[in-house]
Design a protein around this ligand. Sequence first.
Ligand code: PLP
Length: 366
Amino acid sequence: MRSDDIPANAGAILTVDLDAVAANWRLLSGRAAPHADCAAMVKADAYGLGAEQVGPVLAKAGARVFFVATLDEGIRLRRAIKQEICVLEGPRPASESEFRAHRLTPVVNSLDQLARWRSSGGGRAILHVDTGMSRLGISEAEAETLAAEPGRLGGVELAWIMSHLVSGEIQHDPENALQLARFRDALGKLPKAKASLANSAGIFLGPAYHFDLVRPGAALYGLAPVEHAPNPMRTAVRLEAEILTVRTIADGRSVGYNAQWRANRPTRIATVGVGYADGYLRSLTNRGRGYIASRSIPLVGRVSMDLVTFDVTDLPESVCRPGAMIALMGPELPPDALGALAGTNGYQMLTGLSRRYARRYLGSAA
Ligand SMILES: *Cc1c(COP(=O)(O)O)cnc(C)c1O
């Protein structure tokens, strides 16, 4: 898509830089140990950026294995790419035939899913072993059951045995080494197969965590893989909204619902058409910021469903007029930083990006 595909009446524009996503994949792939393949996590519509656009670009960059969360996501992605697609939630009862029809690789998360995958014909699957998350994956005791009764895996081709890190982004967290030890222990008991443990953060824990396949998501989309460390990833999104109106309010007047902000001087207020219905979280009330011409402006008052307000008193009127754009997220204010202001993380800021934004995809690979 080119910029001239943006409808003239779009008040808020989300720009996705597909070159940045591809560059991030190459960086992560380069960080992975030489024998480890680099998959691409494109669940939740590629963390809100658009799996249909991101998928083919990463396939072209060299990704051969993709992960989604749900069967429906897998079916949709299958229309966009030919590469292997793995489905994290695995088959629910009676959905096994859908996996086969769309050539999706299930992640088998329980002995029950394993038994159903076998009885529906078996074949290629990923076996998930729980090492600390306690959500999905077979327990250590169940891994021992499988080791003792290998017939339960008969007819199943183990593509990988995988597990998932609890706190990979906190490098000194002792849980990392514990999980690594539990994972190695399970691998030692189970039939020999390729293995996969690392998410984005796990790649930065070093080659001991890489095994045969790494599974980055967040870092592909520019989120910082390591807490409290410089972020080597390129920001992949830019969110801008047009100023609808600018008004001057008197000292003492309030702004927005429930008067959560009050002017203490004559104040110019710029209003833009983005709100919590767009995933611009209500917790950004009196905390968010915007940027005009690289200058930071504070969000004042409550975030409404469709509107937010900024104090632009300190900027020249010539740059803060109706029609000018305020940057709400992007290189000046990355999703991680906006998430921190909102009391959450960058993941939630990205996956909540609304479908109401006009979307522009940039990149030679697009
Ligand atoms: C989401 C997810 C990932 C990717 O995690 P990031 O922190 O986004 O890199 C990897 N593996 C599993 C099982 C996941 O659910």
